[in-house]
Design a protein around this ligand. Sequence first.
Ligand SMILES: NC(=O)c1ccc[n+]([C@@H]2O[C@H](COP(=O)([O-])OP(=O)(O)OC[C@H]3O[C@@H](n4cnc5c(N)ncnc54)[C@H](OP(=O)(O)O)[C@@H]3O)[C@@H](O)[C@H]2O)c1
Length: 519
Amino acid sequence: MSSPAQRPIRQTDGVVNPLRDPRDKRLPRVAPPCMLILFGVTGDLARKKLLPAIYDLANRGLLPPGFSLVGFARRDWENQDFRAVAFEAVKEHARTPFREDVWEQLCAGMHFVQGELDDPAAFDRLAETVKELDRTRGAGGNYAFYLSIPPKLFPVATEQLQRSGLAQRHNGGWRRVVIEKPFGHDLASAVELNNLLHKVFPEESIFRIDHYLGKETVQNILALRFANTLFEPVWNRSYVDHVQITMAEDIGIGGRAGYYDGIGAARDVIQNHLLQLMALTAMEEPTSFDAQAVRMEKAKVLSSVRLPDDLDLATARGQYAAGWQGGVKVQGYLEEEGIPSNSTTETYSAIKLGIDSRRWAGVPFYLRTGKRLCRRVTEVAVMFQRAPHLPFSETDTEELGQNALVIRVQPDEGVTVRFGSKVPGTSMEVRDVNMDFAYGESFTEASPEAYERLLLDVLIGDPPLFPRQEEVELSWTILDPIEAHWAKQGKPEQYPAGGYGPQSADELMARDGRQWRRL
Ligand SMILES: NC(=O)c1ccc[n+]([C@@H]2O[C@H](COP(=O)([O-])OP(=O)(O)OC[C@H]3O[C@@H](n4cnc5c(N)ncnc54)[C@H](OP(=O)(O)O)[C@@H]3O)[C@@H](O)[C@H]2O)c1
């Protein structure tokens, strides 16, 4: 039997890549011959994130030489229009420097197919284009279909992929489908969506993007916990008082009224990003980092989540009102274009959850997210219990808080450890200080964008960073009763834009004798 250090890397479908020795970092993970078919290529996500990420991958030499990118949308574009828009998107949003030769090579494989998603003739044209590109550029029958389209169109797109034969595998090639959150809007619709996808694609070919999982800082939660001896011994109910997971945004809904209204902060952020962060923070050590082992541990956490008995006391919601942000007057949610003046959609939500396990019994996890808050910050803060006894005079420890380990997901990526330290001077005064690790200072290489990592993983067929069906359904099982409870409440509390969120969220913490970390 090979030792762990000798074991070759296991890739898609359990296939072992003999070319890649895990000890040899000189060999990057490179996508095999393949083609990406991007539905909704004229949309916001494609322009800001996906097209720049594809260019960045090409620039890093991680795409195969004959890589093809086929865009599909209704707009009346020719190939050259697609390339011109993609060029602008790359110039504006790519992470790596622009290189003419890389761009030219990428462009040679870029094609556009115009059509409606419910039009069989358009899919027949798409199938012809794909076939021809595969023949001329050698995709090896390997196709990834990225559905960057409104979720209500997932059913028609998958039906057409099946009808046109595009979803059928030939000659050992693979087919993968990528979908973007939201994965349904409750448990029933998520099950329905999964059933529909499974009619055409097996679970291992479905890649659900929760782009937070592509972030270096999020993956680092596992490195921090399981590559060190320092933290894990105190990562439990004997030492941890509570955990706060925050995603605060300073922006409003922008032009996304149609998407956001009726969805709200909890479905948009807590169901996916924050519950995934919680699962990574709370899970047990997986037997390995292959997809099955990691996802199994995350699913165990999600299935042990316990909702508090009184949801009135354990949840809070709010809606931003007009206010000032960075010296600029901004309007309230109800005045935003496209939002009905009687909307009850929340733009802020906070939830207290418990985890029924030996490790976490009695340790509350507080999750909060909101728009139009005073700062943009995403972090996981593990707050430790206070020392059981302080052998100092009371006045010397007045400014001493709780020890904390804060994983700063964005911006200012890094980790902070907060602890008490003696203030220089003649008395034994103790005050909180921070010890910081910042990515920018410790590593010379810049972190890839989340979409670079995730797109590459799709093309390689490396699934650990994609939530599977079970996790999605478990997350809705947690959220559904809370949403049902809120639906009976009517209007959420208003909070001024540019502030800290609704007062009810502060009261939620105060009832437990705690407070939120300052944003
Ligand atoms: N934008 C983000 O930051 C973000 C973040 C998280 C998740 N998402 C998810 O990502 C997906 C895409 O979002 P987006 O913001 O890019 O949406 P978007 O800007 O509204 O773009 C939608 C795309 O779908 C195409 N489309 C719409 N109806 C079509 C039809 N009947 N037939 C063919 N094409 C059609 C549109 O192209 P034409 O109008 O040219 O046909 C456009 O390219 C959605 O699932 C969204 O929930 C987006």
